[in-house]
Design a protein around this ligand. Structure first.
Ligand SMILES: Cc1cc2nc3c(=O)[nH]c(=O)nc-3n(C[C@H](O)[C@H](O)[C@H](O)COP(=O)(O)O)c2cc1C
Length: 356
């Protein structure tokens, strides 16, 4: 039987060039272990975990699989260094970053034998992290779920591939992938594999409540929207009632509306005003955000938690890629990952018949 061997499978030591990305509140120990056991690369989302919770999650993954897995973190988190120490101590194979980590942090991780894979949204960022020694990059196009950029994967991917060609750094394509055709296409572009978020959220191994998964399955291809009203940054989410309301509010009314929302979310989340204002100030520092966005930003993780963990689809925000509109099944990771690779091989082989 044919297999896929790419710079990604070789770099990380996995069977299939398929990555499950670090989605806050979604990529927990169960999903990560299931992905890695299926032969892909599971990545734990640690930005929504305390250090202690991360330690517990790592222990759970290690108890469930001896295959490679990764941890995603915010490079700008106050305790990023402590998280890296944990990762090194626990022998975790891959460090994934939502934003470019500092060169010293990359060097420290690499010295310890950790594979460093930052996510980037622009070719110039890919070039920068390549020069800092990153082992690979995940490039997410605008179709992707969560915080996202305006450029479609079909254009962003080749621009990144061209930018880092001379460095030989493997590029992993993300944003809009869900099946073997997508993997075949990414490999044809010159990528080393694909990374998927929404497709893995919609598996039987993800702990997202069933009613919420149904909301995603019911979405049409135009069922997501990129909103800056959640936290000031472009965020691709399902078009729910709450998002429609945020989108239709005039920016001038923004602050009053956000305070109202913040009050609701405070009650829902159990956060104190003090901690919310503190978070808001930290977010605002150095950024061009309005105060209403700051109030919302302080609550974004809680909004996502309300939707993705507590199943409150009316009060919560549901980050989602456009692929939600095309996905209509909830396979296990054990079914999904090998199936995608098998389909990709079929499509790559079929395409060779066009060559005469
Ligand atoms: C529910 C959800 C939560 C996400 N949370 C994070 C996160 O915490 N950190 C991060 O770097 N990316 C996050 N993302 C983005 C994904 O890691 C990934 O890049 C994206 O989902 C890829 O696009 P796709 O959904 O089309 O597969 C999230 C995406 C989703 C759908």
């Amino acid at each position: 039987m044919s297999k896929l061997k790419t710079p990604l499978t070789e770099l990380v030591g996995i069977e299939y060039p398929v990555v499950q990305t670090g989605m806050g509140w979604v990529a927990g120990a169960r999903l990560v272990a299931a992905t890695s056991n299926a032969g892909g690369l599971g990545i734990l989302a640690s930005a929504t975990m305390t250090l202690e919770e991360l330690q517990t999650a790592v222990a759970k993954v290690k108890a469930a699989t001896d295959k490679p897995f990764g941890i995603n973190m915010r490079a700008d988190a106050g305790d990023a260094a402590a998280r890296c120490d944990l990762l090194i101590r626990e022998g975790v194979k891959v460090a994934s970053f939502a934003l470019a980590p500092k060169p010293e942090l990359i060097a420290k991780l690499k010295d310890a034998g950790v594979v460093v894979i930052p996510s980037v949204g622009l070719a110039k960022h890919a070039k920068k992290v390549a020069s800092w020694g990153a082992d690979a990059v995940i490039v997410q196009g605008g179709e992707g779920g969560g915080h996202t950029g305006p450029i479609a994967t079909t254009l962003l991917l080749p621009s990144v591939l061209d930018a880092v060609k001379d460095t030989g750094m493997p590029v992993i394509a993300a944003g809009g992938f869900f099946d073997g055709r997508g993997l075949a296409a990414a490999l044809s572009y010159g990528a080393a594999g694909v990374a998927m978020g929404t497709r893995f959220l919609l598996t039987s191994d993800s702990t997202v409540p069933d009613a919420v998964k149904q909301r995603y399955l019911d979405a049409a291809l135009d069922g997501t929207v990129v909103s800056t009203r959640v936290d000031g940054m472009p965020h691709r989410v399902l078009r729910t009632g709450l998002v429609e309301k945020l989108e239709s509010g005039s920016p001038v009314r923004g602050f009053a509306a956000a305070i109202g929302n913040a009050q609701k979310f405070k009650k829902m989340s159990g956060m104190t005003w003090r901690s919310m204002v503190k978070d808001g100030l930290a977010m605002r520092h150095g950024k061009d955000l309005t105060w209403s966005q700051v109030v919302m930003a302080a609550n974004t993780p809680m909004l996502l938690k309300a939707g993705l963990v507590e199943g409150n689809t009316e009060a919560g925000v549901l980050a989602s890629g456009q692929v939600a509109g095309i996905i209509d099944s909830l396979p296990s990771c054990a079914e999904l990952v090998p199936q995608i690779a098998a389909e990709a091989i079929e499509h790559l082989q079929a395409a060779t018949s066009y060559i005469v």
